[in-house]
Design a protein around this ligand. Structure first.
Ligand SMILES: [Zn+2]
Length: 229
């Protein structure tokens, strides 16, 4: 695991998931690709914790590279699973996860069947659905900000630590310190609004689903990107 800030770690293995170490246990933000739970488990052990210390698992959205190990880690730890109401049916296996917005474009629709080749995550029962603006009392408290667009229930989370750490999910990404469009996103009124919503928050560090964290007044970088939308 890579340290993002005091007690906050990034797991990076063809996906990104985050571990927040708190007084009352661990909170996971996203869980990576299916059948890679061991990557998270060994990372957690490297900081002197164990899977049993996971109290809460929070998902930004239902895609397999974020929800992939939720069921297994929940079973091993007894942690409670949090997800938005709109994405919960896909996490629970009641619906197919929505395809990312870029695949709605006609020339790219041909790629849709490829997504079906991705391993399906084991369905995970969601214990708590997250409503807009809700403050989650977890081992480390998070404030939920709905950022629909990438999926209908996509949610970002702000941790009040180290000047504010935003877990962006796939609502946006970054390259060379500049915020960019989220992975597999395209410009839609909804996904542009999601970025504007995040740009109104105040945070020092941004953690992304498919890019390394952005450090040093990251909310300024979001404001610059949002201003150009
Ligand atoms: Zn995604």
């Amino acid at each position: 695991m890579e340290r993002v800030a005091e007690g906050v770690y990034q797991v990076k293995k063809g996906f990104r998931a985050f571990v927040v170490d708190g007084d009352e246990g661990l909170t996971l933000i996203d869980t990576g690709l299916p059948r890679r739970a061991g990557v998270l488990t060994s990372g957690i052990e490297s900081i002197g914790r164990s899977v049993a210390d996971i109290r809460s698992i929070v998902l930004t959205h239902s895609h397999a590279d974020h929800a992939g190990n939720a069921a297994e880690l929940k079973r091993e730890s007894g942690a409670e699973l949090y997800c938005s109401p709109a994405d919960a049916p896909a996490v629970g296996g009641l619906e197919k996860a929505p395809t990312p917005p870029v695949l709605d474009r006609t020339p790219l629709q041909i790629l849709k069947p490829l997504l079906n080749l991705m391993p399906n995550p084991e369905p995970a029962e969601v214990d708590h659905t997250i409503e807009a603006g809700v403050f989650l009392r977890l081992p480390e408290d998070l404030t939920a900000t709905p950022t629909p667009g990438h999926t209908p229930g996509h949610t970002s989370f702000l941790l009040d630590r180290a000047g504010g750490i935003l877990f962006v999910g796939d609502a946006a990404s970054q390259r060379n310190g500049s915020v960019t469009r989220g992975w597999f996103n395209r410009s839609t009124p909804q996904s542009d609004q999601a970025v504007r919503t995040l740009a109104e928050l105040d945070f020092a560090i941004a953690c992304f689903g498919h890019a390394d964290p952005l450090d040093g007044k990251a909310s300024d970088a979001f404001q610059r990107y949002a201003a150009g939308l």
